[in-house]
Design a binder for this molecule. Structure first.
Ligand code: SUD
Ligand code: ADP
Length: 284
């Protein structure tokens, strides 16, 4: 009999705003942002295996298994816990890559949380979030699983409760490299720090948007198009754009008016990550 499978979601996130407040000596940027999850994402299936091997199916185009954040997360947890167990992992990829909706980071977080459960390695969420930070600045928020106000390089998290609107997400036909945007001379790095209360009252910007729009005509044009129907915003360092709607029907109406050639999806914002919602239901 084959080992039981644990299947868990790896949801997308949105950055509802993104201010770059400075640059550290190591080159990393300090920022302020608000993370909210979407009830839309990848799914990972895990089977424990006793021989310590980690396998991943299928391989993602352009990402060899050893570079995949899922395999890297699994190996990191093996090292940190000293377990002798391994895993066969299957990935149902739905999220666009390099879209600023955090698919790779979310896959890594679901792997850390899922294998910690399956292997009974007993690390706390805090320890898993710290491990995750070495894989990427966005991994900790997915490990912790609550919508959050973030500072530092995105790792100083304060859980927040936000409205949970429906979002129309548009995926422009290009990928954006985060490192490339952060190294652009034109990026402004001096936004004054604000408070959550100030954001709630006055809103915020995405400081990466002018640079992304200047570098990618496809994103600039998609932004102009989406702005005809709603207040269009960009998540992270792009490429995905989004607008908020009070209900699914309103979001679907705008989606139907966009060209069929554009990749789009509609999903609800969630303050509790679908990963944690599922684990809580199963009394994890
Ligand atoms: C800015 C955000 C907002 O969510 O952008 P998105 O990637 O989601 O679009 C993220 O925090 C990004 O996190 P993540 O995508 O995990 O970035 P990492 O792999 O840690 O970093 C990629 C590269 O971007 C630069 N980088 C990243 C984060 C940061 N606060 N300052 C930086 O200067 C560094 O050059 C780094 O080598
Ligand atoms: N499991 C994974 N899913 C997606 N991308 C991955 C994964 N593992 C490694 N990567 C690499 O990370 C890059 C950024 O991934 P992703 O998280 O999708 O984008 P973003 O950080 O813009 O939200 C990809 O272009 C890819 O090279």
């Amino acid at each position: 009999m084959s080992a039981p499978t644990l299947s868990l979601p790896a949801p997308a996130k949105l950055n509802l705003f993104l201010h770059i407040t400075g640059r550290r000596a190591d080159g990393y940027h300090t920022l302020q942002t608000l993370f909210q999850f979407l009830d839309h994402g990848d799914t990972l299936h895990f089977n424990a295996r006793p021989d310590g091997q980690i396998t991943l199916q299928p391989e993602l185009p352009g990402v060899p298994a050893e570079a995949n954040l899922i395999v890297r997360a699994a190996r990191l947890l093996q090292q940190a816990s000293g377990t002798s167990q391994g895993a066969d992992i299957q990935l149902d990829k739905r999220l666009p890559m390099g879209g600023g909706i955090g698919g790779g980071s979310s896959d890594a977080a679901t792997t850390l949380v899922g294998l910690n459960h399956l292997w009974r390695t007993g690390l706390s969420l805090e320890q898993l979030a710290e491990l995750g930070l070495s894989l990427g600045a966005d991994v900790p928020v997915f490990v912790r699983g609550h919508a959050a106000w973030a500072e530092g390089v995105g790792e100083q998290l304060t859980p927040v409760t936000l409205d949970e609107p429906w979002y129309l997400v548009v995926v422009p036909p290009c990928q954006v490299s985060t490192a490339e945007i952060f190294s652009d001379q034109r990026l402004t790095r001096d936004s004054p720090a604000i408070t959550l209360a100030a954001f709630r009252e006055h809103g915020g910007r995405n400081d990466c948007l002018p640079v992304v729009a200047a570098r990618y005509p496809e994103i600039r044009n998609t932004l102009i198009l989406l702005n005809k129907y709603c207040e269009a915003k960009m998540t992270g360092t792009g490429s995905c754009l989004f607008g908020a709607f009070p209900n699914e029907r309103e979001a679907d109406k705008v989606r139907a008016r966009l060209p069929a050639t554009l990749q789009t999806f509609v999903a609800q914002g969630c303050n509790v990550s679908p990963l944690h919602a599922q684990l809580n239901k199963a009394a994890y």
